[in-house]
Unconditional design. Structure first.
Lengths: 78, 141, 141, 78
């Protein structure tokens, strides 16, 4: 199974990526750990996480094939 | 991008605003509150902002904005119509990046709904900005 | 009548509103709150309002509106600019009779000042209206 | 001495006048009494009084030649 990860705002600059694909990851919690290992600087930034375009209020969630996860720094519209 | 319900590529033009205002003549409306958010020449570390580059999680903008529009229409029963447009891409200082038009029977709800809606947009809509200076440096917001 | 600072003969046109909006691009502004008051098709004694005829004590409108503009600018120090136009004469349902544009650095004061200013206009500006029905009768307000 | 009286809104219809001139009247109080005698219906209407375009908060005021007094029903702008 594969999931898609999107990076926005300052996080896209910091990771040098707009999106990546991760394979064989079971939970949102483990995905975040993996990303924070891969991109150390993520640890020092504040962000929310969305799963399939809805804000995830906890990370204790199992992932399915084709899920879309986004890392969202504080919003700054207007 | 013109077909997008909420996002507009580049600055929001006076023509776009005027066009929506010209369609506000339903005779059950008594009040329209319009908000224009404009890119300001803020000074950050002694450098003046020249433009903002907006980026968005477009699909989530759509679903979250739909929710906010529903929330406002449910809470304010005198509100008949809501228009909202936000820029993505580059908008220069002095140009408009957010346009909200709320129409209601009486002025009280138009004012309250308009203020609350703009606050909610800032809080819930996944849009980010990069403030750009004339020396090509930038700051994320 | 076009030279009058605050009063406009007949309905306030979309062109007039668009024209003022096009001049809001000073780069120290971050927010504009615009209010449009429109003649509504109210039902009074089973008859629908077709138009309003506004009359005014013009010289006192000038002196009182000057005071209100000063009051708002003094109270809201982030407000840079205030435009206000009110119709006199006949304005039909669906047409605009009051236009207020308040520009400020940040949105908070634009919203608060705009609401307070419109409330003060209703309370302090010597303008009266005759609501006119299709059967040629009228009611004073 | 003469003073000018202006009637607005419903009061112009009720008095059938937009403006009239009154001669030899000393105070605002006496002017109002005179007007309410001349136009009986004024008594049943609510109005404020302005003297030279400023709201008069009491009527115990002496009038001068050329003063402009207006009878102002409740405002209804917007």
């Amino acid at each position: 199974m594969k999931v898609k990860i999107l990076f926005f705002g300052v996080l896209s600059e910091l990771t040098n990526s707009n999106q990546i694909i991760i394979e064989n990851i079971d939970s949102l919690q483990n995905l975040i750990s993996l990303l924070e290992n891969k991109y150390e600087k993520l640890k020092s930034h504040k962000y929310q996480i969305s799963l399939n375009k809805e804000i995830a209020h906890n990370t204790d969630i199992l992932l399915k094939d084709m899920d879309e996860i986004a890392l969202l720094p504080p919003f700054a519209g207007g | 991008m013109n077909k997008d319900l909420y996002l507009v590529e580049g600055a929001i033009t006076n023509d776009l605003v005027a066009n929506y205002i010209s369609r506000t003549n339903q005779t059950n409306n008594g009040a329209h509150s319009i908000f224009l958010g404009q890119v300001r020449n803020d000074i950050i570390d002694n450098k003046e902002v020249k433009a903002i580059e907006y980026s968005a999680y477009s699909e989530m903008v759509k679903s979250e904005m739909d929710k906010l529009v529903d929330l406002i229409k449910t809470k304010y029963d005198d509100v008949h119509n809501i228009i909202v447009k936000h820029s993505i891409g580059i908008v220069k200082t002095g140009e408009v990046s957010l346009f909200v038009l709320i129409s209601s029977g009486h002025r009280k709800q138009a004012f309250s709904a308009s203020k609350e809606f703009v606050d909610l947009i800032k809080e819930h809509i996944p849009i980010w900005k990069k403030e750009m200076f004339s020396d090509k440096t930038h700051v994320w917001k």
